[in-house]
Design a protein around this ligand. Structure first.
Ligand code: CP
Length: 334
């Protein structure tokens, strides 16, 4: 068995998968949602190791239940109850040993677990992948959250029938703490790949990194979508089909909490999504957020609980989309 080459079927970023393969996951997730009994125990006897260096509600529980419904045995490891192969035991030793027990390994690692060194979480995941002989699944690192992006495209297609030509606003929001860039990075990549007219709306100083923006522009060029940047929330929301609210920290002051907070604080009131903002969108627009959300800070209750909101359907879909990924990665070895 190979022990040093990166496993060919990891899920670390949607960028590593071509669109046809992502389409296959989306179709599978749809079938799994409509026909759950068809896949019951389809991965009987397979096992999944789940590492969480950071907390989680949706990723942890949707994956655990998806694995259970497929007949798998998932185990949960937190930073508190394991050597976790990063700051105590080498990644190499951990990845090789776990590959001997498990059929797949999922890992969440973003700041604070990696000390605000941008892309260090992603580097650790890729180091796991280098030594693992089973697929590595990204449960969110400091650069990407591919399970969330897959899920959100699935949800947009479900609610809007198609993604192509629909206007989405990825809408920065104030938050008391600086949050990772994994969700905005992954969302801008996935929505441009799927032909959407994407407006990335944020105040100055909250730009995404150049590598992500270049990849997103290339996606849009190929898919027939567009990518626009706006620093004016009201202008951005005009006639939108989808509002995707999310807070993220400034790369300019990454890992410097005091300096970073000074950049965020002036936008506290202006960038909290309210009914006033939603009134600028199309009448049948949807409001999305990956959750957890700070209510009345990121978006007002009137929006999260309002007629446009699909946040609970979006969260529910995490079960079907991660189930599709597990099945796609592991069913060929049954
Ligand atoms: N959206 C998401 O990944 O939620 P959790 O942090 O609860 O897993």
């Amino acid at each position: 068995m190979p022990t040093t080459s990166e496993h060919e079927r990891n899920f670390i970023s949607t960028r590593d998968w071509n669109k046809a393969d992502l389409d296959r996951l989306l179709n599978l997730a749809k079938d799994m949602k409509q026909n759950p009994s068809k896949y019951r125990n389809a991965l009987d006897g397979k096992s999944l190791c789940m590492f969480f260096y950071n907390p989680s509600t949706r990723t942890r529980n949707s994956t655990e239940i998806a694995a259970y419904q497929l007949g798998m045995h998932p185990t949960f490891n937190s930073i508190k109850d394991s050597w976790v192969g990063y700051n105590s035991e080498s990644i190499k030793d951990t990845a090789i040993v776990l590959s001997r027990y498990f059929d797949a390994i999922g890992i969440r690692i973003f700041p604070v677990a990696v000390d605000w060194k941008y892309k260090e979480g992603n580097r650790i995941l890729r180091e796991f992948a280098k030594w693992s002989t089973v697929p590595i699944i990204n449960f969110e690192d400091d650069q990407y959250h591919p399970l969330q992006a897959l899920n959100d495209i699935f949800t947009i297609k479900e609610k809007k029938e198609k993604s192509e030509g629909k206007k989405i606003v990825i809408s920065w929001a104030y938050h008391p703490k600086p949050l990772p860039l994994s969700v905005p990075n992954s969302t801008v990549l996935a929505t441009t790949l799927y032909g959407m007219d994407v407006t990335l709306a944020h105040p100055k100083n909250f730009e995404l990194d150049d590598e992500i923006m270049l990849a997103a522009k290339n996606n849009a060029k190929k898919s027939g979508g567009t990518l626009t940047i706006s620093h004016d929330i009201e202008e951005a929301y005009q006639d939108a089909d989808v509002i995707y609210a999310k807070s993220w920290g400034s790369i300019q002051q990454y890992g410097k909490p005091k300096e970073e907070k000074a950049l965020r604080t002036p936008y506290r009131d202006e960038w909290c999504v309210s009914e006033k903002h939603m009134a600028l969108t199309k009448p049948d627009s949807v409001f999305m957020h990956c959750l957890p959300i700070r209510r009345n800070i990121v978006a007002k209750d009137e929006v999260v609980d309002g007629k446009h909101s699909i946040v609970y359907d979006q969260a529910e879909n995490r079960l079907y989309t991660v189930k599709a990924l597990l099945y796609d990665l592991l069913s060929s070895t049954m």
